[in-house]
Ligand binder design. Structure first.
Ligand code: MRU
Length: 369
């Protein structure tokens, strides 16, 4: 099992130049199996089929997919290599539409592939860029985790949704990265893990990661969140994001919006943690974010067992949009943005580089709510 050296959770992706090993998250926590990919099509299948999931992780997987594509055949000229990469990019981009990290990562690799150099130099450059992107995501998560921890106080109870940990990223995690950093600082009494129907990312993956790290946690079904907020003090809800629009609206796992409404009603601060690769300034508001519709069987069955009458019609929008007005702060590796997000997101994106080390106290961008 390949682990992040600074944490116990295993890595979702392990790249070794000519192969990409994908940890099959569909089987967790019961079975630990790696899928070995040698082609970009195999990587695309892993993304589409949810063997690898989580916005930053699928971005990294797509980047490695292009690194494999660059070596899949002999390319007589630079032009042919570029054409092949562009086709592979299309295949990878078409796998899942909501998380912008995927399109962002593909774009970044294609930019490198346009350099006017020889085929072999270009192949090495594409591989290096994919490795760099992966390393940068890990570093960004550690930084945003430390920024996010400044929002918490000793012995806080935190509620979280879906899986935003090591498994959903290149390592460490976004919302779960905040939990990891805060736990090390004695700020986490307990994490309330929402199970996250229908795919159970909370129950299967987040609970597993937290238990591996011995972070105190309790599993609840999604419909318990409101009651729990009336029964015990929840200090913060922290979630990740798949795409953040220019106005601060956030697309994340289906059910996030319901949790944000509950948090508002019960006056619990609702925080979103995401690297800047998840921000999409091209999109004005959440209304423009494409929402993936997944197969209805994922709703009518649970772990392969049918739980509804035969041929029961069902819907499965995989994400929803939480309006910016519900979000108390947006934690990124460049600092924390507060409402109004139109201004603070622009300011975040125009300041610094994502891979700069954390040198000083967090920059508080915009006014606190
Ligand atoms: O369908 P998934 O499992 O890919 O959805 C994952 C989420 O919605 C996460 O909350 C999001 O990608 C942030 S992960 C750091």
């Amino acid at each position: 099992m390949r682990r992040d050296p600074q944490q116990k959770s295993p890595l979702a992706l392990t790249f070794r130049g000519t192969v990409l090993d994908v940890l099959d998250q569909r089987l967790l926590p019961g079975t630990y199996r790696m899928i070995r990919c040698r082609t970009h099509r195999q990587v695309a299948e892993c993304i589409r089929g949810m063997a690898v999931r989580g916005a930053p992780a699928i971005g990294c997987a797509a980047a490695f997919g292009l690194a494999l594509a660059a070596q899949e055949r002999r390319f007589p000229s630079r032009r042919e290599l570029l054409a092949y990469l562009q086709k592979a990019a299309q295949t990878l981009r078409a796998t899942r539409p909501t998380a912008v990290n995927l399109a962002w990562a593909v774009q970044r690799i294609l930019r490198v592939a346009k350099e006017p150099v020889s085929v072999s130099v270009l192949q090495r450059a594409v591989i290096r860029e994919a490795e760099r992107l992966f390393a940068e995501d890990q570093a960004a998560n550690r930084r945003l985790g430390d920024y996010g921890a400044t929002l918490l106080s000793p012995n806080n109870v935190i509620m979280t949704y879906c899986n935003t940990g090591s498994l959903a990223t290149a390592g460490y995690g976004t919302a779960l990265g905040v939990v990891r950093s805060a736990f090390r600082q004695g700020k986490v009494a307990k994490v309330l893990v929402c199970e996250t129907r229908p795919y159970l990312q909370g129950a299967r993956l987040t609970a597993w990661e937290l238990r591996l790290e011995r972070i105190p946690c309790e599993l609840i079904t999604d419909n318990m969140a409101a009651f729990i907020m009336t029964q015990e003090h929840v200090d913060a809800v922290i979630v990740g994001a798949d795409r953040v629009a220019a106005n601060g609206d956030v697309a994340n796992k289906i059910g996030t919006y319901a949790l944000a409404i509950l948090a508002k009603v019960h006056q619990v601060p609702f925080y979103v943690a995401a690297p800047t690769s998840t921000l999409d300034p091209q999109i004005a508001s959440g209304a423009e974010i494409p929402i993936e519709e997944r197969p209805a069987q994922e709703v009518t069955s649970l772990q392969g067992v049918s739980i509804a009458p035969p041929r029961m019609p069902a819907r499965h929008p995989a994400f929803d949009v939480t309006p910016a007005s519900y979000i108390a702060a947006l934690v990124t590796e460049r600092g924390i943005a507060y409402p109004p997000y139109g201004g603070s997101i622009t300011q975040l994106l125009s300041s610094g580089r994502p891979s700069e080390p954390l040198k000083e106290a967090p920059a508080l961008i915009g006014a606190s709510v």
